[in-house]
Design a protein around this ligand. Structure first.
Ligand code: ATP
Ligand code: MG
Length: 567
């Protein structure tokens, strides 16, 4: 037995795995799998499952398979297969040799179906989809048996073979398990195992015109691969009897299915079907839109994979359904970025400042600390000049109470530079808008303190006007304004809760010159503004585009307090 590599608290699944190793239930093996259907991009809910399955394999010295559950050719696409692999790798996991496709088992699944027919445990049914649903009954009423349920083994074998041979039109017949139409579990009322569907499969092409259903495929794929712990989300709890039935009837190797609660996140939808609706409806720019909860969206937004893994570790694994506040994800993101990311100065909404007593031709290189959290990240030089930009919101002509930043006649500190004092305000003749500030600086305050001990109440970030790099900055807010868009009852459904202000584009931001060469995907803290990263799709040298990953304001403590109050 291999001891877990980390000291994390064991959740109920890890406890089962450890116990199985202790009792040698699986001969010392631990094999898990992550089984996405390639019908969309992975989202942060999938990350929970990935971290759990690959994490357990890592910690217990086992293996985790990446298996594409590709039994529904009409909705699947190789684009998804590629993105899924990229995303799992990006999260930091490796399936090694263990890349599988359920479609690779089609021949064996067919042979197993024949075996079930021969055993009298499956039959070909000619009821329409509609009729099958009608016959199934409800939670309170038992189902009725199909008139085709009594077909002989010979007739079933003949019909199933002809289904495969393409003799019957799509939807005209199905193969069903013969279980129990009176079962309290609807999944056990003679579930469909195979359907006729003429659709080109991305791997098997036109070889098949019958395709196995999910429940039938899944347990057998687990069995074929020698999975030990088949970990899935709670909605499959009611499918477990069918999982067990298929494997028991066939008398094949039988993994243990274990269910856990899926991740739900506030201000987000985590369903591929809904995310696809957002993409197809043009509500976002694509699966990797930085507002999307997809891994590709989070990556483009600037999330490091470590922050997502840390989040998954922190939320833990349990059986009880819960809703995780997105503030926790953002809190963990800030913790991560705070340590690893260099700080720079960037002005999002620039206001020009002319320092009247600063020599016109002088440029000074000011020494700035890259990350006060980590001295090893060193220092850099940032040019200071007579003309600079400050943040428009850092100036008020008529400052309200408690506004300590720049105002006429007031002195403030420029970070890593000098004290400046506002001596005049230049306005646009027509609009009256403030377009420039005239200031003076105190040469004695270089580095940010006055030798006479006089104090200022604010420190502003700034950028040298002649040396600034212009950039576009995209500010994001939650995609959904309300905490639980899934509960939307409006006729437009969850899309009615889309936040109309989830994206704001600022086109003439001014950044310090060290950012000129910033590479796509690189991350920074813009002092006082938040965390930003260079957009990996739209940014070009000379036409930089930044995404705001997250602001600096952490609301997690407040959320926790409120949650505690509620009990
Ligand atoms: P969706 O509901 O988004 O369509 P899905 O379950 O249909 O997801 P699959 O491709 O079947 O998508 O998912 C692969 C694995 O990821 C499954 O084992 C599933 O249980 C797990 N998974 C999907 N969504 C979540 C979630 N929100 N939290 C945890 N695990 C999830
Ligand atoms: Mg699914």
């Amino acid at each position: 037995m291999t001891a877990p590599a980390t000291t994390r608290a064991a959740d109920f699944i890890r406890t089962i795995v450890a116990e199985d190793l202790r009792t040698n239930k699986w001969g010392g093996r631990v094999v898990t799998r992550f089984p996405p259907e390639p019908n969309g991009y992975l989202h942060i809910g999938h990350a929970k499952s990935i971290c759990l399955n690959f994490g357990i394999a890592e910690e217990f010295g086992g293996a985790c398979h990446l298996r594409f559950d590709d039994t529904n050719p009409s909705k699947e696409d190789t684009e998804y297969i590629e993105s899924i692999q990229e995303d799992v790798r990006w999260l930091g996991f490796d399936w090694g040799e263990n890349l599988f496709y359920a479609s690779d088992y089609f021949d064996r699944l067919y042979a197993y179906a024949v075996q079930l027919i021969k055993k009298g445990k499956a039959y070909v049914c000619d009821l329409s989809q509609e009729e099958i649903r009608e016959y199934r009954g409800t939670l309170t009423e038992p189902g009725r048996e199909s008139p085709y349920r009594g077909r002989s083994v010979e007739e079933n074998l003949d019909l199933f073979e002809r289904m495969r041979a393409g003799e019957f039109p799509d939807g005209s017949r199905v193969l069903r398990a013969k279980i129990d139409m009176a079962s309290g579990n609807l999944n056990m009322r003679d579930p469909v195992l195979y359907r006729i569907l003429r659709a080109k499969h991305h791997r098997t092409g036109d070889k098949w015109c019958i395709y196995p259903m999910y429940d039938y495929t899944h347990c057998l794929s687990d069995s074929i691969e020698g999975v030990t712990h088949s970990i899935c989300t709670m909605e499959f709890e009611d499918h477990r009897p069918l999982y067990d039935w298929v494997l028991d009837e066939l008398g094949v190797y039988h993994p243990q299915q274990i269910e856990f609660a899926r991740l739900n996140l506030t201000h987000t939808v985590l369903s591929k079907r809904r995310l696809l609706e957002l993409v197809e409806g043009g509500h976002v720019t694509g699966w990797d839109d930085p507002r999307m909860p997809t891994l590709s969206g989070l990556r483009r937004r600037g999330y490091p994979p470590e922050a997502i893994r840390r989040f998954c570790e922190r939320i833990g694994v349990a059986k009880r359904d819960s809703m995780v506040d997105i503030a926790l994800l953002e809190h963990i993101l800030r913790e991560d970025l705070n340590r690893r990311v260099p700080r720079v100065m960037g002005v999002l909404r620039p206001l020009r400042v002319v320092i009247e007593n600063y020599p016109e031709d002088r440029i000074e290189e000011m020494e700035c600390v890259n990350n006060p959290e980590d001295p090893a990240m060193g220092v850099r030089k940032v040019p200071f000049s007579r003309e600079i930009y400050i943040e428009r919101e850092d100036f008020r002509e008529e400052p309200p109470r408690k506004f300590y930043r720049l105002a006429p006649g007031r002195e403030v500190r420029l970070r890593y530079a000098y004290f400046i004092k506002c001596v005049d305000v230049v306005k646009d003749d027509k609009t009256g808008e403030v377009i420039e500030l005239r200031c003076t600086y105190d040469p004695e305050t270089r580095g940010g303190d006055a030798p006479d001990g006089r104090k200022v109440k604010a420190t502003l970030h700034w950028v040298s006007a002649p040396r600034a790099v212009e950039a576009e900055v995209r500010l994001y807010d939650h995609l959904f304004a309300q905490p639980n868009p899934n509960e939307a009852t409006d006729e437009k459904g969850f899309k009615a809760c889309l936040n109309p202000n989830s994206l704001a584009v600022l086109t003439s931001c001014r950044l310090e010159p060290s950012l000129r060469e910033a590479r796509p995907g690189s991350r920074f803290q813009f002092e006082r503004q938040g965390y930003f990263c260079v957009d990996s799709r739209d940014s070009r040298p000379g036409a930089l585009v930044f995404n705001r990953t997250v602001t600096l304001r952490d609301t997690w403590a407040r959320v926790q307090k409120a949650q505690k109050k509620q009990g």
